[in-house]
Design a protein around this ligand. Structure first.
Ligand SMILES: [Zn+2]
Length: 106
């Protein structure tokens, strides 16, 4: 068992991994459908974003895209919000460690 933060971090990392696969097979730019990258393992919400938005998100390994309301204020901070999704940044802690260790682009 890890800490709650570790579990959250692992769930987010897993969703990011799935989204990286979606990114690989997505060839159209508008309205690509990704998964919400929140810490809830049972979440199946879709997030619509352009590939440009997705690439911007992935440029920082501590950033994750979530549906508005799925952010966890005690372990992450909302740094961007629009009508489709919010981008959260992991603070210092176990979830950040997991986010960095599992960065698919490092
Ligand atoms: Zn979610």
């Amino acid at each position: 068992m890890g800490t709650r933060e570790e579990r959250i971090g692992k769930n987010e990392a897993l969703f990011r991994e799935v989204n990286e696969r979606i990114r690989e097979i997505t060839t159209y730019d508008e309205d690509a459908e990704f998964l919400c990258e929140c810490g809830d393992a049972t979440c199946t919400e879709a997030i619509h974003m352009t590939l440009g938005e997705y690439e911007g998100l992935r440029a920082d390994p501590t950033h994750f895209a979530v549906i508005a309301g799925h952010e966890l204020p005690d372990v992450e901070q909302v740094i961007l919000q629009n009508d489709r999704f919010a981008v959260v940044e992991k603070g210092i802690g176990d979830a950040t460690k997991v986010a960095l260790e599992t960065d698919p682009r490092s």
